[in-house]
Design a protein around this ligand. Structure first.
Ligand code: ADP
Ligand code: MG
Length: 213
């Protein structure tokens, strides 16, 4: 059974799309618990039944940018339960400014992978998209996939910092993320993504009418 929102309802009833337009599907697919899980994705973020809500930042400024982001979104749909994506933004590079502009977007969904394994998978997708290892930290790349938030966890290891360490200064992440997870509370700042987005410098971040789905 396929939901017209591209979410496969047959995978797991609990993760069915909360606003599937077909009332019959809604009724048979969403128990009270299923709806509860869905409703929580936008607001509070306890992990549930071994699944953890996660927010991923997507970016590309080399090669066929939109095609690459759409390809990554299809892969994330395989990796995450109940995935949803923001619209796409065209953004000026922030740190090394002498490089092509980026397309950026964000995705949210539920995962049963731990943060380190998830990062590993995302880096594999970056390599699959032709991202070369090495290169300067803020230099051009075909695909950048970052873990922005992982439930209400704070992680600080050598390879991984969650929430993403540069989230607060990045309008190109906060703005798309506020579209799909505005009330999500930053576990260190204690402020919602919406509030953080209202405070960040948005110069160089332009909305487009492009979508990833
Ligand atoms: P950025 O994504 O900040 O523009 P890079 O993609 O060049 O920079 O950084 C890649 C490195 O950042 C990876 O080697 C990874 O180990 C590290 N890293 C630390 N925290 C995160 C995170 N939350 N998500 C993705 N990568 C992270
Ligand atoms: Mg990155």
């Amino acid at each position: 059974m396929k939901c017209s929102h591209r979410h496969s309802l047959s995978k797991d009833k609990k993760f069915a799309h909360p606003t599937c337009p077909d009332p019959a599907l809604q009724y048979t697919s969403l128990g009270p618990q299923g709806f509860h899980v869905s409703a929580r994705l936008d607001g509070y973020h306890p992990s549930l039944d071994g699944y953890h809500p996660v927010a991923i930042g997507l970016g590309a400024n080399l090669g066929p940018r939109l095609q690459t982001l759409r390809g990554a979104a299809r892969s994330l749909e395989e990796l995450l339960r109940q995935p949803r994506f923001s619209t796409v933004y065209e953004t000026q590079p922030m740190y090394e400014t002498d490089q092509p502009s980026f397309l950026n977007a964000c995705g949210v969904g539920w995962t049963d992978l731990g943060p380190a394994v998830l990062l590993d998978r995302l880096q594999q997708l970056e390599r699959d998209a032709g991202r070369r290892p090495g290169g300067s930290r803020y230099g051009p790349r075909r695909l950048d996939l970052d873990i922005v938030l992982y439930a209400d966890r704070v992680v600080e290891s050598q390879d991984l910092t969650i929430p993403h360490p540069r989230l607060l200064e990045r309008g190109f992440v906060l703005l798309p993320l506020s579209e799909i997870a505005g009330p999500w509370i930053h576990p260190v700042e204690g402020l919602s993504i919406e509030e953080l987005a209202a405070d960040v410098d948005l110069s160089g971040v332009e909305a487009t009418n492009l979508h990833l789905d």
